[in-house]
Design a protein around this ligand. Sequence first.
Ligand SMILES: Cc1cc2nc3c(=O)[nH]c(=O)nc-3n(C[C@H](O)[C@H](O)[C@H](O)COP(=O)(O)OP(=O)(O)OC[C@H]3O[C@@H](n4cnc5c(N)ncnc54)[C@H](O)[C@@H]3O)c2cc1C
Length: 393
Amino acid sequence: MDFSTPDHIQDLVKRTRTFIADEIIPYEKDPRWGEHGPSEDLRAEMNAKAKAAGLFAPHAPKEFGGLGLSHLERSWVFEEAGYSLLGPSAMHCGAPDEGNIHLLNEVASPEQREKYLKPLCQGARSCFAMTEPDGAGADPTMLAATAKVDGNGYVINGRKWFITGAKDSTFVIIMAKIEGGPHDGEATMFLAPMDDPAIVLESQMDTLDTSFAGGHWNMRFDDLRVDADAVLGAPGAGFRYAQVRLAPARLTHCMRWLGSARRAHDTACDYANTRMAFGQILGKHEGVGFMLADNEMDMRTARLSLQQASWLLDQGDRAAEESSMAKVQCSEAIWRIVDNSVQVLGGAGTSAHLPVERIFREVRGFRIYDGPSEVHRWSLARKALKRAAARNG
Ligand SMILES: Cc1cc2nc3c(=O)[nH]c(=O)nc-3n(C[C@H](O)[C@H](O)[C@H](O)COP(=O)(O)OP(=O)(O)OC[C@H]3O[C@@H](n4cnc5c(N)ncnc54)[C@H](O)[C@@H]3O)c2cc1C
């Protein structure tokens, strides 16, 4: 096994690290970064810098100006992007756009690629509407939004919430259940432009996190009329496509948040190296040193786990179990690292004058979205039990 970082990626990693440190971290004090993410003009300004540095949308297909990075290649670059919470927005490699680019690249028709994927790769924003206040959540089969067959198209109705980046998105991917016709009752994905008046943004949600461009939204579809060619891929394949999107998307979350956790850890190490307590630097107190050592081990196992799952995806494997395991391992390790970092920093760790407080708020949600830890464990356990039953005849 070769665990080395390929040469061409080493250069990209170095350039990304320098770009984040020199160009993006200075924006962290910019008032245009509010509680609901960076404003659109701040995002545009950072995007222009990423484009100039040749670091914009590195995961996007080359035909649309990206670098076409493989899943494993993304792991090194996205970790660097995540070193600043603004990095993924700046490089246009954050959620939900990055996952939507992957999904459209896999299943969109030639017309949909031109109409939606191309502008998305070039900097437009998009959203993904699946979760519902009284329907789909951890259990997506509770999907309540409907797409009623109507002539040569569908009429979509339903409410969604937590829809990241809905404001200022140019289009939305909607998950809804078909009513009528040969696919009656089957979950399906639809593409719709956000400027359709039947798409109503009800209200912005106040959440713990602050880095997603556009924040998160309550939204609804009021008799949204779409033609048959608005179906993404095939009718009835919604849950299958959700998996196509989710396995890589949860890994890229692991990569970016690992970068943020490393930033928190670095900040804690710097403090522990200089701050005195009881006659010596904090880091020499075993209680502090052990927290830092635990962080080092957590970062290492998280990185190895996500890289192995990414490598499997690159081999054409679905990596369903491995990406599930990596998601739980990484989201929980990242949480421990950032929590330890706050502890080592004392009061300063909870204050906005260091980046760690914001990182702490940011990473908590990751144990919930892209499948809560409990649901992944539940699913992994079911598979383990099935294997055991098969072993025993
Ligand atoms: C920051 C953020 C961004 C998001 N962005 C989007 C987005 O862009 N688009 C979108 O569609 N959604 C988005 N979501 C929603 C997210 O996908 C859901 O929150 C997630 O799927 C969980 O669904 P739920 O909130 O309805 O929790 P519920 O389904 O109500 O579950 C609540 C809790 O129940 C427990 N639980 C559930 N099932 C089991 C089980 N089998 N065994 C044991 N415990 C269980 C888990 O602890 C879970 O956390 C986002 C959420 C957050 C926090």
